[in-house]
Design a protein around this ligand. Sequence first.
Ligand code: PGA
Length: 246
Amino acid sequence: MIVAANWKMNPTLDQAGVLATALTTHTFANVTRVLFAPHPYLVPMSVRLSDSGVRIGGQDCHFADDGAYTGDVSATMLRDCGASMVLLGHSERRSAHGETSHLVAQKVRAARAQQLQVMLCVGETKAERDHGQAEQVVIDQLQASIPSDMDAKHLTIAYEPVWAIGTGAVASPDDIATIHALISAVLTEKYGADNLPPILYGGSVNANNAADIFAIPKVDGALVGGASLDAEAFAAICTAANQISP
Ligand code: PGA
């Protein structure tokens, strides 16, 4: 199981230090924890968490490795600042920054060129679900965001229905199971059944619903936003994941 914290544009540096201390006080034999920290916090977090087993990731990277891109951050910079992963294609990047799956694929290539592991987000909006397009949207995003030469072992997928992010409205177990089975089928075609990347669910995961979500077939963990800013809630989610047999 993988439980990833997506801090987004939170918290303060002081609060980040408190959360990092909490992350070091627990260990979970069956859980890989990942922290997607804001870029300015990558160095302090990677120093503080160096012996904790928590993997550090950036929340985005540019498709180019250097150049005149004011405000952007390259995959090389992430790696040099202690990240071993990067989150790409998050819906907040797709919607607020106009990122297309084509651009996301370029970023995936840039990340892989610097040996970063990639967590790729896919998921439909409310309108797309209401129009019966959820499955096709996810298929299209997977096909267009994953470069053809991408190796399965460097990839993790996070299925995050956009309407479930930060809203408290978790997708139903049936809907999660359906989309995870679909993602699994698409990736099986590409990589083979024995070579599937982990598939996480994200969208309003919290301490109360995590165990039920982890019990759904083909759910290999969670990408956690809001609840990752609460040390106790995040530890409870990791505890729930740890109780799932490997
Ligand atoms: P949420 O965010 O847990 O606050 O819904 C998840 C995410 O955006 O990754």
